[in-house]
Design a protein around this ligand. Structure first.
Ligand SMILES: [Zn+2]
Length: 262
């Protein structure tokens, strides 16, 4: 009898673990952090926009429906991944990134309030320290997401980027928040994160000219996710992220499908 009771207790403990391993997820626990790609997707003012052309769409002469399209775009636009080689010679290209760097437990640092009154806001060491005061030290292997609140403007380029102009002259007119280079160095020196992402077009703020946060992170092979969607639907911690970019051989980045599992 005791033996049976023990067996039942073991089953009660083990079954949920076995069920988790089956990877069957209730849909209400998955948040898509990806914007769909179309002609309105936000790209850097100097980059080629996403373009979808029709090869064929309609009924064939054999009586069945068929559609096929052709797409082209710059690597860096829409929801995408920056691979470390984007700003650091010899670091990972997008196909070389170890998969374990692209999935794992994640947190959200919420800087929405400060960014609402300052489009040039830099997410600071103090913002990370405040998160840690409430939630404990950022554990090794965490994927860090920065919420600036600018996601609500996507894809309105004027509000999201600060300018809807294109071309090289438009770059100086970019105004959106990013990660303070001091905080980037603090993260790579004092914490051990897998990756970082945010709801703006670049991990460096719009007014950056030297891209110091990119360089600090990528030197340490930490990739970045940019134009991440729906960060307002995530808690501060207690969820996981899976971020799988297009596996472009030798690529400096690429279109990204990123999801959160709550
Ligand atoms: Zn990029």
């Amino acid at each position: 009898m005791k033996c049976l009771r023990a067996l039942v207790i073991v089953l009660i403990l083990v079954l949920p673990v076995m069920a988790q391993k089956s990877l069957v997820l209730p849909p209400d626990r998955i948040v898509d952090l990806t914007y769909a790609f179309d002609a309105n997707s936000v790209y850097w003012p100097t980059a080629e926009q996403f373009k979808l052309e029709t090869d064929f769409e309609g009924m064939t002469d054999k009586g069945y429906f068929y559609s096929a399209y052709r797409y082209s775009a710059a690597e860096h636009g829409g929801t995408h991944l920056d691979s470390p080689v984007h700003f650091a010679k010899g670091r990972y290209t997008v196909d070389q990134l170890p998969l374990e760097r692209l999935m794992g437990p994640a947190i959200v640092i919420d800087a929405t309030e400060k960014c609402a009154t300052n489009a040039d806001y830099l997410v600071s060491v103090a913002d990370f320290e405040n998160w840690e005061k409430r939630n404990g030290k950022i554990p090794p292997g965490t994927i860090v997401l920065l919420r600036t609140g600018f996601g609500k403007f996507y894809p309105d380029r004027k509000k999201y980027l600060g300018t809807e102009e294109r071309g090289a002259e438009a770059v100086a007119k970019l105004h959106f928040p990013g990660l303070d280079p001091v905080a980037a160095r603090w993260l790579t020196t004092n914490r051990s994160i897998k990756a970082i992402g945010l709801d703006t077009a670049s991990i460096d703020y719009g007014q950056s000219t030297l891209f110091e946060s990119h360089r600090a992170l990528f030197e340490k092979n930490v990739p970045a996710f940019e134009n991440v969607a729906n960060l307002d639907q995530l808690p501060a911690k207690g969820f996981s992220v899976i971020a799988l970019p297009m596996k472009i051989k030798g690529g400096s980045g690429g279109p990204l499908r990123i999801i959160a599992v709550l």
